[in-house]
Design a protein around this ligand. Structure first.
Ligand SMILES: Cc1ncc(COP(=O)(O)O)c(C=O)c1O
Length: 389
């Protein structure tokens, strides 16, 4: 698309490679790893990210929707694509035709696959161990074992579950420990068939790197070679302030360039609703990015962005296409002219290497890093740097 405003998300593929290899290093050899590229690869652009991960050697990729998987197949991706959301008969047909791998959570889905598969298809079976969203009840394990022993069409490749509080996986008596215990019991039903078990999201994976776990071979995370499904950490952020042992590099920089600068007199207000009033002569930078681009409106009069390497406050309400920053303190010391084309970093790195974390933005907007990344809008072009030439 032709671009007439300089607002974009810069995606550093070298940082993505770095994070992927950090995760692989932690997992060691023979670990099932399924990088999650659902939701447009957490806002980073699923096609480029998936191709890059494929190039790095990722054997599996995780999507939520069938349509996300189909798009990757249409782009020529050959990796195994796990579809997590579930499906009806029509969806089963699409999954089968596109040779994707269904994550199965109900008997109806098994029936749907049986009815469309005219040759054997490998499936992963999900169990509900406490998230209470998708998955078979653990009590179904016996019946499922019997079914898979005799089914000619469906071949069980893996069982899985999902942590709902992965950041507590360091603790040996937490929610994750209880879920892992259940999964160990479930997995024991399928062990003879050489079925994998995958369980760890970023919380679980990052916990493995913490000294209490790393140095304790008896920790439940070390007792089984639990498969990894990294999402957030792949894109460079830790899932919790308490999990900081991994060396991750943020992949996305969301940035814009000042549209115009205005001088405000005492008593003048900024933006809709007049929620901010100048209490002194002020310099306001107008930035061409707004809530239609994924900037959370709750950041109005609360958030801070990077301007000339300094954190400056958002003033007034964030508009659909614009937001305003109070740059008085920065401009006063250096003169206005210098800043007419100044870069603004919503999160990520500026050209001098200053960094503003998406975690800070998430906190100010009372949300989570996952949402800040995935919210970056469709009309924000992604520019890729690094990676293969
Ligand atoms: C089934 C499943 N596995 C793995 C992940 C990755 O989670 P995270 O981004 O916390 O690593 C998700 C994300 O929501 C998920 O739904």
């Amino acid at each position: 698309m032709e671009m007439f405003r300089r607002t974009f998300a810069e995606i550093n593929l070298d940082h993505l490679s770095h994070n992927f290899f950090e995760i692989k290093k932690l997992g060691g050899d023979n670990r099932f790893i399924c990088p999650m590229v659902k939701a447009n690869a957490y806002g980073h652009g699923d096609i480029v990210v998936a191709k890059h991960l494929d190039h790095l050697g990722a054997s599996h990729l995780g999507v939520c929707l069938i349509e996300e998987g189909l798009m990757l197949r249409n782009e020529g991706l050959k990796s195994k694509i796990l579809v997590f959301r579930g499906f009806d008969k029509q969806g089963a047909q699409k999954i089968f035709d596109a040779q994707m791998t269904p994550v199965v959570s109900t008997w109806d889905q098994i029936t749907a696959l049986e009815s469309v598969a005219d040759e054997p298809i490998k499936v992963h079976v999900k169990f509900n161990t406490g998230m209470n969203r998708l998955g078979f009840a653990p009590q179904e394990a016996e019946k499922l074992r019997t079914y898979f022993k005799t089914s000619k069409k469906l071949k069980l490749k893996a069982v899985l579950s999902h942590f709902y509080l992965g950041e507590d996986a360091v603790q040996t008596n937490g929610h994750s420990a209880a879920q892992a215990k259940l999964m160990t019991e479930i997995h024991s039903y399928f062990k003879d068939e050489d079925v994998w078990a995958h369980l760890l999201n970023s919380g679980g994976i990052a916990s493995l790197a913490e000294p209490e776990v790393k140095n304790n071979p008896d920790h439940f995370l070390n007792k089984t070679n639990w498969g990894f499904r990294p999402g957030l950490m792949l894109y460079g952020y830790s899932p919790s302030e308490t999990l900081k042992s991994m060396n991750l590099k943020p992949v996305m920089t969301f940035k814009s360039v000042v549209n115009n600068i205005r001088q405000m007199n005492v008593g003048e207000t900024v933006s809709y609703g007049a929620t901010w009033k100048a209490d002194k002569a002020s310099t306001i930078a107008v930035v061409p990015v707004g809530y239609a681009d994924g900037v959370h409106r709750l950041l109005s009069n609360r958030g801070k962005f990077l301007f000339a390497g300094k954190e400056v406050p958002i003033v007034g309400r964030i508009c659909m296409d614009f937001l305003m920053l109070d740059v008085t303190a920065v401009v006063q010391s250096s003169g206005l002219k210098k800043f007419t084309e100044e870069e603004v970093i919503l999160f990520g790195y500026d050209q001098a290497g200053n960094f503003l974390s998406a975690e800070v933005t998430a906190k100010a907007a009372e949300t989570i890093t996952w949402e800040v990344l995935t919210a970056v809008g469709e009309r924000v072009p992604r520019h890729y740097k690094g990676g293969q030439s």
